[in-house]
Structure formats: C-alpha cells, structure tokens
Design a protein around this ligand. Structure first.
Ligand code: GLA
Length: 347
C-alpha cells in the first residue's frame, strides 16, 4: 500500500497518490495534497468502470484549482460575510477571497491547498492529518485535523472528520467533490435526478450573503422532496435562483440527499450527521480549465453536495455554532453510498 508519486509542488515538496479499493470494483484515488479525491470509479449497470468525479490530470492544476475539485475544505466551508467575525470580544478579519466580499472555503491557502501527512492503514482506508497553526488564514488557535477516507464493501465512501484546537476557534469541514454520474464525457448534469429530504434552505441575498432566515422550498425550483431533474428549472426566474445563477444553496437536511443518472444507472446517496448540505451545480465552471484527458470544462458539468454547518454560522445567531472549544474534539461523518439501478426514491 505504498503510494505513488503524483509530482512536485511549486515549493519542491512531493505529493502522492493513494488508491483505495474494495472487492466490488470501486476505486477511489486521493492525493495528500489537499486531501483531494482525484478519481472515483464506480461500475455502471453493465459492469463498466465509470469515473464519476471531475478533476485534472496534472498536480499543478490542483495547486490552482479554482473550482476546489475534490478538495477538503477548512477551516470553514462556504462563506463568512465580509470575512469578519467576533470571538470572545476580539474581532477577526479574514481574507475576502471571494470578490473582496466574502471569505470563501477557508481562504487563499485553505485546507485544500495544504500538503497533509498521510497513512494508508489498509487497502480501503487512508488517514490524513494536518496541523493548522495559530493564525493560519487569520483563524485563532492551533487546530489539529484528521480526515479518514474509507471505502466499504457495500460501496460506501465514508469521510470522517476530526478536529481539536488549543484555543476557541471555528471549524466547519467538508469535501468539495464534483460528481457527474454519467462519467467524464457528459457536458452537463441536467439529466440527473435529485432528491433532497429538506423542507427549508438558507435564504441568500446579493453576493451570496446570508440573511440568517430560512425559506421554505414549497412551490419553488429548490423543492427536491419529490425527485426533479437538475436541468428542469435551473434557469428559473425565482429570485433565489437568479441571485445564485442556478443551484448554489444550503439545505437544512432532514434525511439524505441523493442523485441518479439513468444512462449509467449509477445512484449516489449522501448521508451525514451534519445539519446542512450545499447543493452547487457548477454554475461557475467553464473557461479554459483542462479536465482529465484534456477535456474542456463546460458550465454545470458537475454537481456538489457539500455537507456542512450552515454558511456564515458564526455571524448568524439562529444557526448552529461552528465554535470549537479548546481541548474538546469535534467529529463528524459523511457517507457517499453508490448503487446501480433505479433507486427506491424514484419509484
Ligand atoms: C461552493 C460555493 C459556490 C462556488 C463553489 C466553488 O459550492 O457555494 O458558490 O464558490 O464553491 O467554485
């Protein structure tokens, strides 16, 4: 279970690739750079292996990685309004790396841009650890984080996040994998069916700022309680969709979030102990990004289901707090379960 060398980072350090396998033909490739999932192979309805996650071939592209393909996101996933927060009477100003307006996904050199310590403990399990020093990206406290990826025999990719700090700080970890269950050649995810067990989502305002209010999905294109194809209402005139340029919203999860692609038959069910999930449909994808095999990146080529605490929770009293107490470990788990064939929730 020795890793292979992925390449050299700009600073000269070496990044590696690890492969997790199970006996069912599933395979997950992960690099210790950013804990990025670079490949996720699932056999389709005919038994043919399909890579269902978007990514690049070259390490250098992951060093830039504007869409955060496959990366671990920390210390805080999603946005912190104005990059500002107050903790124990002290005001903190983080980088506003999203258009100068918000702190996004942990800042310029967030967890998806760090080289992690790694140990592949079994053919199906990889443990990554990182010490984020006091002041890293502007956050207080030395934070020790570990992320364990495990691929089970029942085709579940489990991601277990743990963190402990020596001072009060914030933590809200996720993984930013983009999925296209039709494989690498499909230009969009419009034909995918989604079902999200959520009655409410976090209302957004201009520039993805949080109003702190929840909105009902009832009667809106954000209602996935009954399955709906991603493309059906993605360009709807509903104010929340116009503001985001498609789906880019955090749901209050009551159960699971699931997707199904009829052409390959592959279905994915996401379950978590976290309260929220951001559905993002790759509205900002495109441009000149060169994907695996030299493919050109198209808009809405992948979707993300990023499990997390609600966005900007530190500034929104109604949301569950992202504050981590010193010496108290926090833990969460998200599971991506893959099956083949029309799922029960479609029937
Ligand atoms: C998240 C955000 C999106 C976008 C992507 C990365 O999902 O919600 O608005 O920033 O990350 O491109």
């Amino acid at each position: 279970m020795e890793p292979t060398v992925f390449g050299k980072l700009k600073d000269g350090r070496t990044a590696h690739l690890f492969t997790l396998r199970n006996g069912k033909g599933m395979e997950v490739q992960i690099t210790d750079f950013g804990g990025i999932i670079t490949k996720l192979i699932v056999p389709d309805k005919g038994g043919k292996p399909v890579d269902v996650t978007l990514g690049f071939d070259a390490l250098a592209d992951y060093e830039a990685n504007p869409p955060y393909f496959g990366a671990i996101i920390g210390r805080c996933a999603n946005r912190i309004g104005g990059g500002r927060f107050v903790l124990d009477g002290r005001e903190y100003q983080l980088d506003c790396n999203e258009g100068g307006i918000n702190h996004l996904h942990g800042g310029i050199t967030g967890f998806g841009k760090k080289l992690w310590k790694s140990e592949q403990t079994a053919e199906n399990s990889l443990v990554l650890t990182l010490l984020s020093p006091d002041g890293d990206q502007g956050y207080p406290g030395n934070l020790l984080v570990s992320v364990t990826y495990t691929l089970t025999e029942d085709n579940v990719l489990s991601i277990r996040y743990r963190g402990m700090s020596d001072q009060r700080t914030l933590m809200n970890l996720t993984n930013h994998a983009y999925f296209n269950l039709a494989g690498q050649d499909a230009d969009t995810v419009y034909d995918h069916w989604l079902r999200i067990e959520a009655d409410e989502f976090c209302e957004i305002a201009e520039g993805f700022s949080m109003t702190g209010k929840m909105r009902s999905v009832e009667g809106t294109p954000l209602d996935f309680r009954k399955p709906r194809q991603i493309g059906q209402d993605i360009d709807s005139g509903y104010d929340q969709m116009v503001l985001a340029g498609g789906y880019d919203h955090n749901y209050a999860l009551k159960g699971t979030a699931a997707a199904w692609c009829e052409s390959t038959g592959i279905a994915m069910t996401v379950s978590t102990d976290l309260p929220g999930v951001q559905l993002y449909t790759g509205n900002f994808l495109g441009g000149d990004l060169k994907l695996k095999g030299g493919r050109r990146c198209t808009r809405r080529r992948g979707f993300c289901l990023e499990t997390q605490l609600f966005p900007d929770a530190i500034n929104q009293p109604a949301f569950q707090s992202p504050v981590l107490e010193p010496g108290v470990p926090a833990e969460s788990e998200t599971r991506f379960a893959f099956t083949v064939g029309k799922p029960d929730w479609m029937k």
